[in-house]
Write a protein that binds this ligand. Structure first.
Ligand code: PMP
Length: 405
């Protein structure tokens, strides 16, 4: 693996200061910073071959279309999908889940059917299903979690029934860091012929994805959480489903033939890509995936595990600090509260020390409700963070405590 000092040089923003203090960026769960190669790639698209894709026969459009389709192939290879036809570009995880909720819902969901989610889901993997249930008079069922933040597998098995039409589950919790036993969840659902959508927004960032090995029916993620640009996301779907599902948006490029009497749709994956797509971001995403591959996904996991262990032991030494989500198998996220100190006070003081953490529900209010709290302070680390930064955080938390003593 590259030296950490060299890795940090790849990310221009990491050398900036905040309130005259070196930036310590621990909000990678919300969005990751961008390496120079991603910034340069998007810059190159916009400065040298910007032109609408799949539209023109001129040189610029050809080049943009070619790079966009190359990006699709790189995404396919990265997540180990079988075919490029199974890779649909969207605006992000939220866009992908809404697309499936609408389109799958239109095709397969009827009155009294059930969709299963877990208590650990991000709002993006709850609300689109609730909206679908409202439209279709279907029901949302929820897998409960225990005090450590793990899903109760036996309870999940009890929820599976003939009424279940889909299981939608996150690969890792953005609020607590818990990694879910997604493969086992999928296997159990498949034994009853129930498809599974995996929310990979957090999983992908930490390098844990192989859709073929998982046998996921749908796998969705956002570019901005894996060092790529914002405004681009991926919807992987098995060809069988994507073929049967109707398009969820109409417009240019998703059609084969349009008349006022009847319109026929384009082949996969274009059937699901209506209008001008964010091609500079898709091409930038491919650059991000190449960068992650260069650093090495195993190296990333190893380094992030080391940071997680170090940060956990440092924070647990702080009197009055309680961590939510206490299992071995976690991504590098620590959610905590300080006794008698409001999370926003903690977050605001840390900010003044140059430390960016997230405070609040992390768009996972049901998780907070489960623990009877209104939110947490979340430290989300990734491979470009350092132990020295964790020391700065720990000293910052001690300072917060001393200010409120
Ligand atoms: N699911 C999970 C688990 C997430 O962490 C997030 C982002 N915090 C989302 C979905 C939504 O991602 P986006 O806002 O990029 O669509």
């Amino acid at each position: 693996m590259k030296e950490i000092s060299d890795i940090r040089k790849d990310f221009p923003i990491l050398s900036r200061k905040v309130y005259d203090k070196p930036l310590v960026y621990f909000d990678n769960g919300a969005t990751t910073q961008k390496p120079r190669c991603v910034i340069d790639t998007v810059d190159e698209v916009l400065t040298t071959y910007n032109s609408n894709i799949h539209r023109g026969i001129h040189a610029l459009s050809d080049k943009a279309s070619e790079e966009y389709e190359k990006a699709r192939e790189e995404v396919r290879a990265f997540i180990n999908a079988g075919k490029t036809e199974e890779i649909v570009f969207t605006s992000g995880t939220t866009g992908s889940i809404n697309a499936v909720a609408f389109s799958f819902g239109e095709r397969y969901i009827g009155r009294d059917d059930e969709i299963i989610v877990s208590n650990l889901e991000h709002h993006a993997n709850i609300v689109p299903w609730q909206m679908m249930c409202e439209r279709k008079n279907a029901k949302l069922r929820v897998i409960p979690i225990n005090d450590n933040g793990e899903v109760l597998f036996d309870e999940y098995l009890k929820l599976l029934s003939k009424k279940t039409k889909l299981v939608a589950i996150t690969q890792a919790s953005n609020a607590l860091g818990t990694i879910l036993p997604v493969k086992e969840i999928i296997r159990a659902a498949h034994s009853m012929n129930i498809p599974v959508l995996v929310d990979g927004a957090q999983g992908i960032q930490h390098g844990i994805v192989d859709v073929s090995d998982l046998d996921a029916d749908f796998y969705v993620f956002s570019g901005h959480k894996i060092y790529g640009p914002t405004g681009i996301g991926v919807l992987y779907g098995k060809e069988k489903w994507l073929t049967e599902m109707p398009p969820y948006q109409g417009g240019g490029d998703m059609v084969e033939n349009v008349t006022f009497e009847k319109t026929t749709y384009n082949v996969l994956p274009f059937k699901f890509e209506a209008g001008t797509m964010n091609f500079p971001a898709a091409i930038g995403l491919a650059a991000a995936l190449r960068y992650v591959t260069l650093i090495g996904r195993e190296n990333i996991r190893e380094r992030e595990n080391e940071l997680l262990q170090y940060a956990t032991s440092r924070l647990l030494q702080i009197d009055g600090l309680k961590i939510y989500g206490n299992i071995e198998d976690k991504i590098s996220i620590i959610s905590f509260l300080l006794k008698d100190i409001h999370m926003y006070d903690t977050g605001m003081i840390l900010d003044k020390l140059g430390v960016a953490v997230r405070t609040g529900t992390h768009c996972a209010q049901p998780v907070m409700d489960r623990f009877g709290i209104s939110g947490t302070v979340r430290v989300s680390m990734c491979f470009y963070n350092t132990k020295e930064e964790i020391d700065v955080l720990a000293a910052g938390i001690e300072k917060v405590k001393s200010m409120f003593a």
